[in-house]
Design a protein around this ligand. Structure first.
Ligand code: AMP
Length: 315
């Protein structure tokens, strides 16, 4: 049996299916998770389907989560979407089910699950769920199509990043035929609050760029408080340095209330996920996340990024 055949056999076999995604969700996490949940609900009306994982932090326009009792995991199939490593799965009860499926598009560093379907060539996990639905001739509701389209738009930066393929565009074209308001959805994904807009002014004013295009900006707790911003509101700031012509790779270091830094790394060329892995993180070759315990580790990460940009420029 192929992996897809195993997945569909498991979906058919179980009466209860619980779908998880990663912590600090982005549109692809919610899009793939709830896009799958909606599709299964619509095509298998006799099954119990749940989407769980707690707060959706600013993505309420996409979907909301359900709260379920521990007992529901008994004899259940659990599917986790868009989550590379098991510690990042939101709601630790994912391991309480009878069978576990991982569906993801990140490098498969932690192949948790009884069935693992990883496609690192997919732009997004939402693209994979759309592939699954189209391959199996499952009917998509307009809301499921909206969720999957939103996930693709989110992870490709509106079809800008190199993970966007001709297949991504074909999938998006098929999804958009399902009569949802794509313009409204794009606006909802892109819109920012005035305070985040003001903080983006701070970001550009304080961005440090070296001669090889390695850039960094530090958002200290003091700055976050001044602009009245919490960590979950910083995601729209991450792509901003990328529009600057001589920026090659960059890090956004967001100080957390506990004192450590959440590090968000992006690149237009140098592969950065190994750097992220060395600092308690991981991710895609050109879009990764890490953590720095203190200022010394934060400075070390920037030095490593500078070295990578210097090396890349020499090639
Ligand atoms: P972010 O900067 O949080 O948008 O994350 C960018 C990419 O890196 C995403 O694909 C994440 O899955 C991955 N990533 C972020 N933080 C971590 C982490 N702590 N461990 C592993 N992967 C991460």
């Amino acid at each position: 049996m192929t992996t897809i055949e195993k997945i569909i056999a498991a979906i058919k076999e179980y009466d209860r299916i619980i779908i998880h995604r990663h912590q600090r969700p982005d549109p692809d996490a919610i899009g793939s998770q709830v896009g799958l949940a909606e599709t299964l609900r619509h095509n298998f009306p006799d099954k119990e389907i749940y989407q769980v994982g707690g707060s959706v932090e600013g993505l309420e326009f996409l979907a909301s989560m359900e709260t379920i009792e521990d007992e529901k995991y008994q004899d259940a199939l659990v599917i986790v979407t868009d989550t590379a490593n098991s510690p990042r799965i939101s709601d630790k009860r994912f391991s309480l089910g009878d069978k576990l499926i991982k569906i993801d598009h990140h490098p498969n560093d932690d192949p948790y699950g009884d069935i693992v379907w990883v496609n690192t060539k997919a732009s997004s996990c939402s693209e994979m769920i759309a592939d699954l639905a189209f391959d199996l001739d499952l009917e998509l509701t307009s809301n499921a199509a909206r969720l999957l389209y939103g996930g693709i738009v989110g992870d490709t930066g509106r079809f800008l990043y190199p993970a966007t393929t001709s297949h991504t565009l074909r999938v998006a074209a098929k999804l958009i035929d399902h009569h949802f308001d794509a313009t409204k959805l794009n606006r909802e994904i892109e819109q920012i609050s005035l305070k985040v807009a003001k903080l983006s002014g701070y970001l550009y004013q304080n961005l440090k760029v070296d001669e090889n295009g390695a850039a960094q900006v530090v958002l200290s707790q003091e700055v976050m408080k001044k602009y009245d911003i919490v960590d979950s509101e910083t995601s729209s700031l991450v792509p901003l340095p990328g529009v600057i012509d001589n920026v090659l790779a960059w890090g956004l270091f967001v100080e957390q209330p506990e004192g450590y830094y959440r590090v968000r790394l992006r690149s237009k060329g140098p592969v950065i996920n190994e750097l992220a892995k060395r600092h308690h993180g991981g991710g895609h070759p050109l879009a990764s996340g890490a953590n720095a315990h203190d200022d010394a580790e934060r400075e070390e990460i920037y030095r490593e990024l500078q070295a990578m940009c210097a090396l890349y420029k020499q090639k």
